[in-house]
Design a protein around this ligand. Structure first.
Ligand code: TXE
Length: 480
């Protein structure tokens, strides 16, 4: 059994209570590690460490801060293989995905914000009556960064890097479902020489250590990515304390496919947007809307391609879909498929758990599943399933496509597949989503605002938006 520890004030610690939680490798169904079941006392200690490091950290020059972040990025890159293997074991995702996306992106997050902070500036406003205002943007203090299990190190670093770059000290809380790479990150951070207390990482259950963290008076801002229901709970604690808050929540993202799309490219990309990371990316396109003129052909080709995707042991090079993250999550997804059938949906492929031979025979694998025949109002098309399950439906006009796409309480991301430029512009302006991809999916420029509208969250991450979130603006007005 591997043993994960908290990282507080530059030291590795068990939880004060000495309690641990056991975690299971999703691909094998076998327990493989324990992590501290932290609580109030651990949070108190982490916040005190962060507060005592803050006075010096906020005065550290931008280039020095950038230097630490760059060093962390370099160390992540040096340990790419070990981190990728750990991420794949922890989460069930194909090793090649962790190696090509998750871990390189974690390194890129630190490097990106190392550069970004050196280019960050604030505004000044001159007045006609011989006065000038300028805006100071100062670090907030101790901030909480809480991340989910689907892209563990990728999303954890996406929060930590801008928070540190902006001069804050951080108490991070990774998902208890996938804590391993956050633990390995704490070792990297120690090796980077980052002053003790600047970054602290506490492990444990969301409802315990997470709840203590967001409630703590010493924590001045909360950045959270996870489920919408958890987001609501967090907001109900954080909002009355008037702390800054950024919430990146779930999605039920539509994919709009028009008859004039570049067919082959669209087919391949839509397959990826549906099933990448076993459909466990908040940006995955789970409602596929297809213009009626090509509906039958696209359906046939898509189902055929989905049926051929290789589901299996995450370490094997040919594997395209690994295990879903846990037994509970697998059962939740299978429950959604049953509901879809009760709602009148026809399962065109998949729909069941897959048994994989050998070391993965007890793993949590689900076949890529395509369902048709459902209205956009039913729960299958309204609730986030967060697994390898998509629905397909035809539309006959741009207006109908727009209504179907917008007919959800979520507003995270959408993709439009067409060669008609004016349609793409018009729909982009009218779709109620924070991220709109035209003829691409998950193409990310880290400078752009990232986040959703409606039940998909509050605020934006990425680029200057993240640096603005992690700083407090102060207006200084000077009369000449
Ligand atoms: O997320 P949670 P889970 C969705 C997806 C999934 C569902 C639940 O639909 O099935 O959310 O996944 C911490 N105070 N997404 O259970 O519970 C928790 O410990 C403070 C979408 O993983 O939201 C973890 O670190 N913290 C999503 C983090 O919050 C709390 C990605 C996320 O956990 C807390 C993942 C509390 N009261 C799941 N309760 C996306 N959109 O990217 C929990 N946490």
């Amino acid at each position: 059994m591997k043993k994960i520890l908290n990282f507080i004030g530059g030291n590795f610690r068990e939880a004060k209570t000495g309690d641990f939680i056991e975690i299971t490798e999703p691909a094998t169904g076998q327990p493989y590690a324990i992590l501290p079941r932290s609580g109030k006392e651990d949070v108190d200690e982490a916040v005190v460490s962060a507060e005592s490091a803050f006075e010096e950290w906020k005065r550290t020059s931008l280039s020095e801060r950038a230097g630490y972040l760059r060093k962390i990025g370099d160390l992540i890159e040096e340990q790419l293989e070990e981190l990728s293997v750990s991420e794949s074991i922890d989460n069930g995702k194909p090793l090649k995905l962790a190696r090509s996306v998750d871990i390189p992106r974690a390194a890129a997050n630190f490097r990106f914000f190392a550069d970004a902070i050196t280019q960050f500036s604030s505004e000044s406003h001159e007045m006609p009556d011989e006065a000038i205002n300028y805006t100071l943007r100062q670090p907030i203090g101790t901030v909480a960064c809480i991340s989910p299990w689907n892209l563990p190190l990728y999303l954890f670093s996406w929060k930590i890097a801008p928070a540190l770059a902006a001069g804050n000290c951080v108490v991070g809380k990774p998902s208890e479902v996938t804590p391993m790479t956050a633990y390995l990150l704490s070792q990297i951070v120690m090796d980077s020489g980052l002053p003790p207390g600047v970054l602290n990482i506490v492990h444990g259950l969301g409802g315990e250590v997470g709840q203590e963290l967001i409630s703590h008076r010493g924590v001045k801002a909360v950045s959270f990515t996870g489920g919408t229901e958890t987001g609501k709970k967090i907001a109900s604690v954080v909002a009355p304390q008037f702390k800054k808050m950024s919430l990146e929540l779930g999605g039920k993202n539509p994919t709009l496919i028009f008859a004039d799309c570049n067919y082959e490219k669209t087919l391949s990309a839509v397959l990826k947007s549906a099933f990448a990371n076993q459909g466990q990316i908040c940006l995955c396109g789970s409602r596929i809307l297809i213009e009626d003129k090509i509906y039958d052909k696209f359906k046939k080709d898509f189902v055929e391609r989905a049926g051929k995707l290789v589901v299996g042991d995450p370490v094997l090079p040919d594997t395209q879909l690994g295990a879903v993250v846990s037994k509970d999550h697998m059962n939740k997804i299978l429950g959604h498929i049953k509901t879809a059938e009760k709602e009148g949906g026809k399962v065109l492929c998949g729909g069941q758990r897959i048994k994989v031979d050998g070391r993965c025979k007890k793993g949590y694998f689900i076949a890529p599943t395509v369902i048709e025949g459902l209205s956009q109002e039913c729960s299958t098309n309204q609730d986030e399933i967060f697994g390898p399950v998509v629905t397909i439906a035809p539309f006959s006009s741009d207006k109908e496509a727009l209504e179907m796409a917008n007919g959800t309480s979520y507003g995270l991301a959408t993709s439009i597949w067409t060669q008609n430029l004016s349609r793409a512009h018009k729909l982009s302006a009218e779709l109620d989503f924070g991220i709109i991809w035209v003829n691409c999916w998950l193409l990310r420029d880290l400078r752009t605002p990232f986040g959703g509208m409606k039940n998909s969250g509050m605020g934006r991450e990425g680029g200057l938006e993240a640096l603005r979130f992690f700083t407090e603006p102060k207006n200084v007005c000077i009369k000449y």
